[in-house]
Design a protein around this ligand. Sequence first.
Ligand code: 8Y7
Length: 289
Amino acid sequence: MRNTIQCGTRVLDRNPDLSYVMGVLNITPDSFSDAGRFYQDHAPAFEIAFRQACEMVEQGAAILDVGGESTRPGAASVSLQEEQDRVLPMVERIGRELDVIVSVDTSRPEIMREAASLGAGMINDVRSLGMEGALQAAAETGLSVCLMHMQGSPATMQLAPAYANVVSEVCDFLIQQTEHCIQAGIDRDKILLDPGFGFGKSLQHNLYLLQQLQEVVALGYPVLAGLSRKSMLGGITGQPVEQRLAASVAAALLAAQAGAMIIRVHDVVETVDALKVLRAVRDVKEDSV
Ligand code: 8Y7
């Protein structure tokens, strides 16, 4: 196994001393935590979103995750044309102007191909390349891919999530997906895994997955964890989505401590600072004291 992960023209270190932060850039009118801030009437919204991207890079994000489809339960479905219009101009602009890896949050093969040609470095698919043609498209791009576990589909996943053992089922699914990817020609050094917090999981399932996250890390692939502002944090703290910063940072630290290589967040600078505390404590040497 190489010690870097090639993401288009950029690389990630497989063993960073500080977990990488992936900043979330939602370009949707109904994204639950940004309330459609970036999607009013095209041009102004685009500029606001691009400025947000710049800020996240200045704050230390190594990756920006650009998405145009809300996977929130009950969210409206988005046409291919609409997803292209939302996502591709932003992928292109960030790729051209910012020193950051662009991750494209999509399940559609067309978007994967187009984003790759515009400079994206990573494909982040909550459907784990399960859509018709997605596996082939992802393989053809040569980009790195994040495979995420979800039970059911976004519309129904939170109705009655059920597992005999959530950790082993998530791990088994992810390993099976890596095998599909490798058969399709995706380099094993370009695969990342994500247990998919909140995707077809009860609060108890999510908590147990976070407690046991090192089991996912032990599969031997780099792990991405997305916990930021999620409803599990509301379930623990009783806070509404706009008051989940402290809980999000705490969850990010726990994931990093368990070995997650990438933490997907809305609040970049706060997470980077917290990760620096973790690194400083972990790395202090007795003979320096
Ligand atoms: C995740 C994600 C979302 C996640 C990965 C939200 C697109 C919901 N969550 N991708 N996407 N992992 N890889 O709350 O946990 O941000 S959308």
